[in-house]
Write a protein that binds this ligand. Structure first.
Ligand code: GDP
Ligand code: MG
Length: 443
């Protein structure tokens, strides 16, 4: 996965602090591969990678994240932005029925989606109606009727008695019917062809002109990968649409189509369909899709938590002390760092699920939270003077501290040794810059 490969790329960069041009190029290569593997269209990949490189060059190096995490964060933010940021909600008509028209190739999943969307709208308290305007395929009307029945939503269809025989009149009549029967949303299912076709586009445009939809949704099969771009552009020019619905996300496609379409058309992906069941449907979540495209597991959750947990101010204070401006690194600082580690330790379960966390993960897995309680007890039994200047802690003081904290003298000795080790490490890191890491990590 991308996170594994980036972690490999940055294996030797820990604590380096700043991304060099060579680091950025190496990263860009990995991102490029990941996107191509996800079936993102080449021009989109190029543009995207360029944008990420620009940001990586200009960005301040974060204290909370290692370089791989930092790059992934940038990549993720850019992906989410292109995919539409926040989920775009449906626009409803101010008065009269809201008209939602579906367009797309045959087999994209329009008819299935019509019923799924109707069910979803019902759950939102709407009273939708379906309009069967695919009169191309012999079974299309029947299919919509069957699905409509399954979700308990009426279907308006041409019948011998009702005087509508062509898709445009069915669409128009369905709106009138919705008004009359007080349905507040009409979902217009339309015909598709296997390939892009001028006659089909014309028909869809005619329906659009006749019913003036509040939303035209372009329905596209996520499995068609690169072809999605051509189709999406053709429909944008031929019919026009406001949003995109991705279907068949239950397949093994990584979802590159979402990025390609959103990037090239600038239209938001609004819904996602992920199965044959009529409940396999939801609002589209750009952040989840970004993770899927990059195959990142819960990496983003982890990055967010690491950032939250890491108290930048505290790190600054520690660094200042070490650079000599604010005095020495003390046992109080040491305790604070330990508590920091404890916060991270509670993430060790999530970490277990993550690829490529290497050394970081191992450390946390071997980490015993009770150890911090013991350390805390010992440090709290010291006087402020001893915490400020641990060199004061001689034999008799150690005995007193051990007694006060209910530990052995050997525990106190061990802690003091560990503290001096950590201080040395901190000093080294302060000289080298970069991530403070976790000095004094037990085990
Ligand atoms: P239309 O030609 O655009 O109306 O497409 P249909 O709604 O008839 O769907 C074509 C086929 O795709 C049908 O067999 C559907 O059951 C199937 N289908 C639709 N949406 C999904 C989905 O999200 N996942 C899966 N696995 N199959 C789907
Ligand atoms: Mg259909």
């Amino acid at each position: 996965t991308l996170s594994d490969r980036l972690a490999d790329t940055f294996k030797n960069l820990r604590g380096k602090g700043r991304l060099s041009e060579a680091d950025i190029d190496a990263t860009a290569r990995e991102i490029r591969i990941a996107l191509l593997e996800a079936d993102v269209a080449l021009p989109v990949v190029k543009e995207f990678v360029g944008a990420v490189k620009d940001r990586a060059r200009s960005e301040e190096v974060s204290g909370a994240l290692n370089p791989a995490q930092q790059i992934i964060k940038i990549v993720n933010e850019e992906l989410v932005a292109i995919l539409g940021g926040e989920t775009r909600r449906l626009r409803y008509a101010k008065s009269g029925p809201t008209v939602i028209m579906l367009a797309g190739l045959q087999g994209a999943g329009k008819t299935t989606l019509a019923a799924k969307l109707a069910l979803w709208l019902k759950d939102q308290g709407k009273t939708p109606m379906l309009a069967a305007c695919d009169l191309q395929r012999p079974n299309a009307v029947k299919q919509l009727q069957v699905n409509g029945e399954r979700v308990g939503v009426p279907v308006f269809a041409p019948e011998p008695g009702n005087g509508v025989g062509d898709p445009v009149s069915v669409a128009r009549a369905s709106i009138a019917e919705a008004r009359r029967t007080l349905h507040d949303v009409v979902i217009v299912d339309t015909a598709g062809r296997l390939g892009i076709d001028a006659e089909l586009m014309q028909q869809a445009s005619d329906i659009r002109d006749a019913v003036q939809p509040d939303e035209v949704l372009f329905v596209v099969d996520a499995m068609i990968g690169q072809d999605a771009v051509v189709t999406a552009q053709a429909f944008l020019q031929g019919v026009g649409y406001d949003g995109v619905v991705l279907t068949k996300l239950d397949g093994d496609a990584r979802g590159g189509a979402a990025l390609s379409i959103a990037s090239i058309t600038g239209k938001p992906v609004m819904f996602a369909s992920n199965g044959e069941k009529l409940t396999d449907f939801d609002l589209f979540h750009p952040d989840r899709m970004a993770s899927r495209i990059l195959d990142m597991g819960d990496m983003m959750t982890l990055i967010e938590q690491a950032e939250k947990t890491f108290d930048a101010e505290q790190a600054m204070k520690a660094a200042e002390k070490l650079s000599g401006r604010g005095g020495q690194f003390t046992l109080d600082d040491f305790l604070q760092q330990m508590q920091q580690v404890r916060k991270l330790g509670s993430m060790s379960k999530i970490m277990g699920m993550l690829p490529g966390m290497g050394q970081f993960r191992e450390q946390l897995e071997n980490f015993d939270e009770r150890e911090i309680d013991r350390i805390e007890a010992i440090i709290r039994s010291m006087t402020p003077g001893e915490r400020e200047n641990p060199k004061l802690i001689d034999g008799s003081r150690r005995a007193r501290i051990a007694k006060g904290s209910g530990r052995q003298v050997s525990d106190v000795n061990q802690l003091v040794d560990r503290f001096f080790e950590a201080r040395k490490m901190m000093e080294q890191m302060a000289r080298g810059g970069g991530m403070p890491g976790m000095p004094g990590m037990p085990g």
